[in-house]
Write a protein that binds this ligand. Structure first.
Ligand SMILES: NC(=O)c1ccc[n+]([C@@H]2O[C@H](COP(=O)([O-])OP(=O)(O)OC[C@H]3O[C@@H](n4cnc5c(N)ncnc54)[C@H](O)[C@@H]3O)[C@@H](O)[C@H]2O)c1
Length: 374
């Protein structure tokens, strides 16, 4: 198969969809890999490194125009819509339920669009989202610690304290992938950590894997009110699958928090878990409301592309290999996980939530395949 790797042109996006190591694996399996010139630069991979791995370096027109399967990290932006075409399969983060123009462009083009974020295992896990949650979780205490410093506008407290001086208190709301990873790093930095969770089973698991080093409390409005008063750093890490994040921290509650405390609302990509949260960027990551510094960067992993690229490609490569070895059509017929990633197929919306979001007709993938629409 002819596999293309496009350079990301979205502002502040430095990741790339395939590492030289991944290129080598695909070339070894007999596939042709073409990487757009400079695509790996933001993640510290030179064109040379790809060439040594057996890939060819090409122009943007080459990579989009001469591939059967195109690998990307982020969704195509408007200037790339004209490159979408029948006969091409695109494998990338898409998030099209929130992007009607792109949904229409994909439908009109006849392309097969497979979204990383909807690839789902039979146990309901989202394996291509998990590494980004791990990274965002691990970044959260680091970002929080930074903004707790006095010159940054924070309270001026050191997360780990020192001998004879109490450490900072970190409150993590939601003990899933983000919350667990945030807790691990906050503990490592020496903070006193509390996790609020809603699932008792998840709390039992956290108790076991964190060896009792954190306080685990049932999440409720009353408990959140109580815990916020004591916290120096609050990390918002809740998720209700398929829904906007619940607004667990009200404007009123902010008033009870310490002056100069920090809220890192990781759940901002689902709307955030505080009433006062709004998305920010790496250029201007924070703003202050009622004395509480809000850090609400919607693409936190973008700050660490060297780590994020490797973590992402570790999990995408097995699926890329399947798509390449079997051919796209056969691979999505064989693997239900890949099938769940198909959002658009030959002019049909094949992912129900996307169709619902835009009031479009939904065609189950099997029907679209059976109709022989390709
Ligand atoms: N900003 C970023 O760059 C970035 C990156 C990755 C993930 N995220 C977001 O972080 C959020 C968390 O992701 P995740 O992978 O950890 O999800 P997850 O499903 O692994 O964990 C979410 C946890 O929240 C818990 N929860 C739900 N409602 C709760 C409540 N009322 N109180 C306490 N806990 C509650 C759930 O029981 C679950 O354990 C998501 O919104 C995700 O999109 C953001």
């Amino acid at each position: 198969m002819r596999i293309g790797v496009a350079k990301e042109i979205k502002s502040q996006e430095y990741r790339v969809a395939l590492t030289p190591a991944g290129a080598r694996e695909l070339v070894q399996r007999g596939h042709e890999v073409r990487v757009e010139a400079g695509a790996g630069a933001g993640s510290a991979f030179t064109d040379d490194a790809y060439e040594r791995a057996g890939a060819a370096i090409g122009s943007v027109d080459d990579v989009w125009g001469r591939s059967d399967l195109l690998l990307k990290v982020k969704e195509p932006i408007a200037s790339e819509y004209r490159r979408l075409r029948e006969g091409l399969a695109l494998f990338t983060y898409l998030h099209i339920a929130a992007d009607e123009p792109l949904t229409r462009a994909l439908l009109d083009s006849g392309i097969t669009a497979i979204a990383y974020e909807t690839v789902e295992t039979d146990r309901g896990a989202l394996p291509l989202l998990a590494p980004m949650s791990e990274i965002a979780g691990r970044l959260a205490p680091q970002a929080g610690a930074d903004h707790l410093e006095k010159p940054k506008g924070g309270r001026g407290i050191l997360l780990g304290g020192v001998a004879g001086v109490a450490p900072a208190r970190v409150l993590v709301i939601g003990g899933g992938m983000v919350g667990y990873n945030a807790a691990v790093i906050a503990l490592g930095m020496g903070a006193q950590v509390t996790i609020l969770e809603r699932s008792v089973d998840r709390m039992r698991h956290l108790e076991e894997i964190l060896s009792g080093r954190v306080s685990l409390l049932m999440s409720s409005t009353l408990q959140i009110e109580e815990s916020l008063k004591d916290a120096d750093l609050v990390i918002g890490a809740v998720l209700i699958p398929g829904a906007l994040a619940p607004k667990l921290i009200t404007r009123e509650m902010l008033g009870t928090m310490k002056e100069g405390s920090v809220l890192v609302d990781v759940a901002i990509d689902q709307g955030g878990c505080a009433e006062t949260s709004r998305p920010t960027t790496h250029d201007e990551p924070v703003y202050t409301v009622d004395g509480v510094i809000h850090y609400c960067v919607a693409n936190m992993p973008g700050a660490v592309p060297i780590t994020a690229t490797r973590a992402l490609t570790n999990v995408t490569l097995p699926y890329v290999e399947e798509l390449a070895d079997h051919g796209v059509l056969r691979a999505i017929q064989l693997d239900p996980e890949l099938a769940s990633g198909v959002n658009v197929f030959a002019g049909h919306v094949t992912y129900e939530a996307v169709a619902e979001a835009h009031g479009l007709d939904y065609t189950p993938l099997d029907d679209a395949l059976a109709a022989g629409v390709i």
